[in-house]
Design a protein around this ligand. Sequence first.
Ligand SMILES: [Zn+2]
Ligand SMILES: [Zn+2]
Length: 547
Amino acid sequence: MKITFLGAARTVTGSCYVLECEHSRFAIDCGMHQGNRDIEMRNWDENEVYQPEALDFILLTHAHIDHSGLLPRLVAKGFAGPVYMTAPTRELVEIMLEDSARIQETEAQWRSTKKMRAGDLPVEPLYTVEDAQKAFSRMVVQEYNQSFSPKPGIRVVFNDAGHILGSAFIELWVKEGDKETKLVFSGDLGRPDQLLVRDAQTVETADFLFLESTYGARNHKNEAESRDELASAIKYSYERGEKVIIPAFAVERTQELLYSFYLLHKDGRLPADMPVFVDSPLAIKATEIFRRNWDYYDQQTKELIKKGENPLELPNLRYTLTAEESRSINVSQGPAIVIAGSGMANAGRIKHHIRHNIWKPGASIVFVGFQAEGTPGRRIVDGAQTVRILGEELSIKAKVFTIGGFSAHAGQQQILDWLSHFRSPGMSVYLVHGEHTGQKVLADLIRDKFNLTVHIPDYMDDCLLEKGGRFELTAHPSLAAPRIDWDYLLEETAAKLSQVQERVDYLKRMGLTNQVEIRGNLVAINSRFTTILSELIFEQKQAEKRD
Ligand SMILES: [Zn+2]
Ligand SMILES: [Zn+2]
């Protein structure tokens, strides 16, 4: 049996594994790659890489786009099998894929207009709303903790992963000849004591475990401490008459924040004249789905509801659906709390709220989730003086709060606790869904504590899985990290500059209009250089701090 790592390998997005065994070829998750342009190009590689027409079925761990986002693309390109998931995942993934498709359409339209103005051909969206809707017809719901068999010789059980509503980790048994191999895919593992969702279930056996490692190098503070931090952000900006801006994913994080505000309100720690805006049509739809699915919640939440309370309600809660309503928040005066997406401040309405507030000394920017490398969120969290958002270099004067304790991912110790339930001494562990530096820390801890074999696969690595320990990892470094020829690039740049310098005498004799135009272009190039340099120096300082 062979597994190929098609994403979330030494990074956190694009989760996807393809398994090839005696009777079948299938995938677990098919997430969108997000981050810089090179990484996002991987979304377009379906023919060589995913081969959608040759996939028999897909198992989906949960609704987040980094696990489900390529589904419409694969269906449009020939995948015709069923996609298995839990009932709440199905409800959530439908609204998320539709939203994602709308973003793809809008972006393609915007880029097409730009290209056509320059005489180029228009660009196609990655997928359309229609593609997304076609994907819905492939979805098949399965209950938690009930075994099903998508193909002869293959058995699957979804277990609660405690990460978001409907999230699952997967037990998979594959029979080849008279040998049966058991694989466990953790999906994203929740944080125990997370509000709303139940704690992750545990299992005891596996031959191969594919384990997420988002917080491989870090522990979270507890829920109550995190709520105190949130309260201090509110107090800080309320007293200064400014806004608290919270970038948050629309699904789960937004609802948990509402729950936290509900608890703060009960404690008298949320001022009555401080409105809470949920500025995201997707979050509004997701909250509706959460309201319908109380069955899947933890005991604590169910008891609240039995008492007639609703932890997703607040007296001063306002939902803003339209773009006009969203803009009106920015012209409104006085303190307010604004929750909007995306969670890493790299897309969506949150960018506008950050632009309007981050330069104001009394405002707060509160991060409640993981900020991936290369995103504006990560830059702000790392302590930069300025950040570039919507094409503008913004000075950071607002107070920045990073509250890890609201994470929907298990922290380092919690991952180890979950792992401690396994009773399979020969098990091989593969760390996925994490950044490489953190993964190395976690790998060492797992080797030390549990004496298990640990691998950290890279993008497009494949591996023969054979019970009893023999494995073969085929690395594809050129695919994982295409080499950039810096020397060549910089020589080219320097050569062009010297060609301009050689002509400076002639330049000075040109008509003033021409001179002004060339000066304008050179000033623009100069300012790009300033941005590149300041980024480089900032990253260098960060790296020195880490070493
Ligand atoms: Zn997730
Ligand atoms: Zn994920």
